[in-house]
Design a protein around this ligand. Structure first.
Ligand code: ATP
Ligand code: MN
Length: 482
């Protein structure tokens, strides 16, 4: 017989009512030596197993405890109790994995809530909790929704390299990839490391963005997107930065900045809608948890909406589009700024916005997602298209409540001469990016794209607040344990 997941079983049990079936899973609770709550990860819901203890030997019963794994065969019946529609009357119980007795008392195995910090250190048990299994099921759904969206819009999924020969892609600090013997480094005459002896014959790094390669592909395929791991040696320990994260980067030939903003808005709404439609039980669980968390906060810090309500509202509302210049004026004139409440006061046009500023705009001023555009050219990357005013570039950031920047993008500079002079101004090596410049030499076209950090979107959708809790194996400064 084909194995059946608990999710499938609960979805469609009518056919197997009063039949014997076999289920596999981990014990979530064992009450009164009689009721097992069994979970196999396929969904939030457990199936209840009813055990008549007189029919089973003591040795087996003793091994049924929280976290042990079992294979159970029994009859599917309508449930006597409330809380579930069906249950299984156990006929055969096989213990697959017992708990090591000396570790059995570890509090982590008990059916209670654990702090996220504790769970972060328990790789295997993390996936067993309601919270993390919900988060990772939602993460999986989001990933597929992302692919769906692009496929429906006839984008092509391309894979850009993880090891890159570019030293500055303009997006962040890089990790070096080397095969050299670190205890016996070859040196050049000037005394620096001689990377010409390294594996690739040059210095290589882990990618900080697939954008430049995606642009190259878009110059022939039209609409492309990447979806892959991205690495940044972020030295700051924040709740929104990982050293390894997943980025989605669409790049579209013939799009201008406005098209790009439209795409970002449609894309985010599609994915959030998808989660609302397909992850109901998990979202309901996360929604409850979110509400409980809010209760513990001082009244002024509490979220105005529940989690699901927030997601529904984001899908309904049109994102507010505001120029950088307008945003800086709003910030300069804000009560917060005048009373000195910002850690970084907003004093003049040209400053880089900090996350406290972004969050003020989104959470206090506009109370809706905000798209900021036309940033000062000096605070943005070299490839962003110079506007007519010669002072700003056609950049856009999408800011979300509770998160700050979730998407960063721009219309790209397609004019070879302008691009060249920008590179010179910003000290970007032309020789290294010869292949990128080629795209501006032969049939260059206006084009635009953006990058979405997958984990930031998952934070938003799940209502969690630390980015380490929405990626299965977080990589942050001083942490690469498992
Ligand atoms: P921030 O200012 O928040 O560091 P950024 O300007 O460096 O972001 P971009 O280079 O525009 O970000 O990258 C595009 C998107 O990738 C961001 O909008 C964000 O969602 C995500 N992102 C960037 N850096 C990280 C990181 N270290 N960890 C997780 N996600 C990130
Ligand atoms: Mn950054």
């Amino acid at each position: 017989m084909k194995k059946i997941t608990i999710h499938e079983l609960l979805q469609d049990y009518k056919k197997i009512l009063h039949h014997d079936i076999t289920v596999y899973g981990w014990v979530r609770a064992f009450r009164s030596n009689r009721f097992i709550a069994l979970n196999d990860g396929s969904a939030m819901d457990n199936i209840q197993i009813v055990v008549d203890y007189e029919q089973f030997d003591e040795n087996t019963l003793n091994k049924i405890s929280v976290a042990s794994s079992v294979k159970i065969t029994g009859e599917v019946v309508e449930s006597q109790g409330s809380g579930q529609q069906i249950e299984i009357i156990a006929k055969k119980i096989e213990i697959l994995g017992d708990n090591f007795t000396e570790e059995r008392d570890k509090t982590i195995l008990q059916p209670k809530r654990h702090s996220l910090e504790v769970l972060r250190d328990q790789a295997h048990l993390r996936f067993r909790t309601n919270l993390f299994s919900a988060v990772f099921r939602v993460r999986s759904a989001v990933s597929f929704a992302i692919h769906d969206f692009f496929r429906q819009n006839r984008f092509f999924y391309i894979n850009t390299p993880i090891i890159t020969g570019a030293d500055a892609e303009g997006a962040g600090e890089m990790f070096t990839v080397t095969n050299l013997d670190l205890n016996d480094l070859p040196k050049t005459e000037e005394g620096t490391v001689d990377f010409s002896e390294d594996f690739f014959g040059k210095k290589t790094n882990l990618t900080v963005s697939g954008q430049l390669e995606a642009e190259t592909a878009a110059m022939g395929l039209g609409r492309v997107y990447t979806f892959g791991p991205t690495f940044r040696a972020e030295n700051s320990n924040t709740t929104r930065h990982l050293a390894e994260f997943w980025m989605v980067e669409p790049e579209v030939a013939f799009n201008n900045l406005e098209d790009n903003i439209d795409l970002a808005e449609d894309f985010l709404k599609y994915v959030i809608n998808y989660v609302l439609d397909h992850c109901k039980t998990d979202l309901e669980f996360l929604d409850k948890r979110f509400a409980e968390e809010q209760k513990q906060k001082p009244e002024k810090d509490r979220a105005k909406e529940g989690l699901i309500e927030k997601l529904e509202n984001v899908v309904k509302k049109r994102f507010k589009r505001v120029s950088y210049t307008e945003a800086v004026e709003i910030l300069m004139n804000s009560k917060e700024n005048k009373k000195g409440k910002f850690q970084f006061p907003v004093e003049q046009w040209g400053i880089d916005l900090q996350s406290e500023h972004e969050r003020y705009l989104v959470e206090k001023h506009f109370e809706t997602p905000v798209v900021l555009f036309d940033y000062p050219k000096d605070i943005k990357a070299f490839y962003m298209r110079l506007n007519e005013d010669q002072k700003t570039v056609a950049a856009m950031d999408v800011l979300f409540p509770g998160i700050g920047e979730i998407i960063g993008g721009s219309q790209r500079e397609e004019r070879l001469e302008v691009l060249r002079s920008k590179m010179q101004e910003m000290n970007v090596d032309e020789h290294e990016l010869w292949w990128y410049l080629d795209t501006r030499k032969f049939g260059s076209v206006p084009h635009a794209g953006f990058g979405l950090g997958l984990e930031r979107l998952i934070l938003f959708v799940t209502g969690l607040t630390n980015i380490r809790d929405v990626i299965p194996f977080p990589r942050t400064p001083n942490n690469a344990e498992f």
